[in-house]
Design a protein around this ligand. Structure first.
Ligand SMILES: *Cc1c(COP(=O)(O)O)cnc(C)c1O
Length: 425
């Protein structure tokens, strides 16, 4: 759908080549594609009114928290190709517990975990599947650490398309695979990593007639921009000092940076928040690159973190991520699995809950606060990327002893003891 007539171009962020038609997942030079839109010629005030008006929609395409912002995401796609399941529209929670834990003035938890398939991947996937559908594709594929596959399988099932998921046989949450399987995807488990799956798709997707829905697909990024649009809209078009997000393949941070740049250029926000990108220590090649000032990313050959959604050693979007950081005067941090699980406890106990990867955000804000990079008087939004139920094993590890499976009789004394209350005679 690259169509220069409506001012939209898909170009390579490395060599600048403009894509003709839709063929490759990456440019011949190895670079990633990005969509360029005529933002400078758009009327920000008109868009703000339009986006605010659409908040009243209860059904149809514009009730979607992604397509509400269609003008900035994919106006070039015909309306009949657009898929929607009411994605986005997720809660924003002002959490005193999280702010106290991290020692900052205020923290909002943005629960992307409330998406229809339970993760923020829906925000981007809905745009990619709509684009692939507009081109008449039948088979949609991805390599996945779990949530991408669940999201793709959900949308494919919903609009009668076929999905293929390449899944590393080890290290993926069984709940995510079961969810993907429930939606009817073909799942190919293989010995290897997410990165191997990506390499395979780069080489063979075209041969097999597969439309690739990984974040190499620039429409994934276009859709994911809606997260920061919605965050801004929920806060009446002004953003906190910091936005903290977890980083794996780095598509999320790329989209966040791009979305922020657009909001700012359109005059919809008056200043740019700083991005805090948090990686897990066992899978932090991007953080190491930024720390060392190296000019390019050295992949981590054996990524290893309990936060399975972050277990990526060779993030394809690192150049876009770097651009996002530079534009917002952003920072990176790496946190240990223990720090992630401790932060998860706080988020779970607050009544919101999340999977381990998402808790890296709060752990990261605490770490950056401790290092004096975030000030105690500042505010932050933590993007909770995945749902509490996405990783049941993590729940067993953290809360194993919550129930006593041994049975016994049900009586007043036991309940009184459990709740530490006195039963009246
Ligand atoms: C995919 C995913 C991430 C990482 O996002 P990237 O765009 O790959 O950096 C973080 N958390 C969850 C729950 C995810 O599913």
């Amino acid at each position: 759908m690259a169509n220069e007539a409506n001012g939209v171009q898909i170009y390579c962020t490395d060599c600048g080549t403009v894509m003709q038609g839709w063929k490759e997942t990456i440019c011949r030079c190895g670079g990633t594609w990005d969509v360029r839109r005529p933002i400078a010629s758009m009327d920000g005030e008109r868009l703000r009114r339009l986006f605010d008006e659409r908040l009243g929609q209860r059904s149809g395409v514009y009730a979607s928290g992604v397509w509400r912002y269609r003008e900035l995401i994919a106006p070039e796609l015909p309306e009949e190709a657009l898929v929607y399941r009411g994605e986005g529209n997720t809660g924003l929670y002002d959490s005193t517990a999280a702010a106290q834990y991290a020692g900052v003035r205020r923290i909002w938890l943005k629960a992307q975990s409330e998406n229809p398939s339970g993760s923020f991947k829906d925000n981007g996937m809905v745009a990619a599947v709509s684009h692939g559908r507009s081109l008449g594709n039948k088979w949609f594929a991805c390599s996945s650490t779990g949530n991408t596959s669940a999201s793709l399988a959900m949308y494919a099932a919903w609009c009668g398309l076929q999905s293929l998921v390449l899944a590393p046989a080890k290290g993926i949450s069984p709940a995510k695979i079961s969810q993907t399987s429930a939606y009817g995807a073909r799942i190919l488990a293989f010995d290897g990593t997410y990165d191997d799956g990506i390499r395979f798709l780069r080489q063979s997707a075209e041969k097999l007639g597969l439309y690739v829905c990984n974040s190499l697909n620039p429409y994934r990024i276009e859709g994911q921009k809606s997260i920061v649009y919605e965050l801004a809209q929920q806060l009446d078009w002004s953003l906190p000092d910091w936005i903290a997000i977890p980083g794996g393949a780095l598509s999320h941070v790329s989209a966040l940076g791009k979305g922020l740049e657009e909001l700012f250029a359109l005059g919809l926000i008056g200043r740019l928040p700083r991005i805090a990108l948090i990686q897990a220590e066992g899978a932090s090649p991007f953080h190491r690159m930024v720390q060392s000032g190296a000019a390019s990313l050295t992949p981590e050959p054996k990524p290893n973190t309990r936060a399975s959604a972050l277990n990526i050693g060779n993030p394809p979007s690192w150049r876009k991520a770097l651009k996002a950081l530079q534009m917002t005067n952003g920072v990176t941090a790496a946190v240990s699995d223990e720090q992630i699980m401790a932060a998860k406890r706080i988020i779970d106990r607050s009544g919101i809950g999340c999977e381990p990867a998402s808790a890296a955000t709060l752990a990261g804000v605490l770490k950056l606060r401790t290092e004096g990079i975030i000030d105690g008087d500042e505010t932050a939004a933590c993007i909770l990327t995945g749902n509490l139920l996405k990783d049941i094993d993590a729940l067993h590890e953290l809360y194993e002893n919550a129930g006593d499976a041994s049975g016994g009789t049900l009586n007043v004394e036991r309940v009184a003891e459990l709740c530490s209350v006195q039963a009246s005679p």
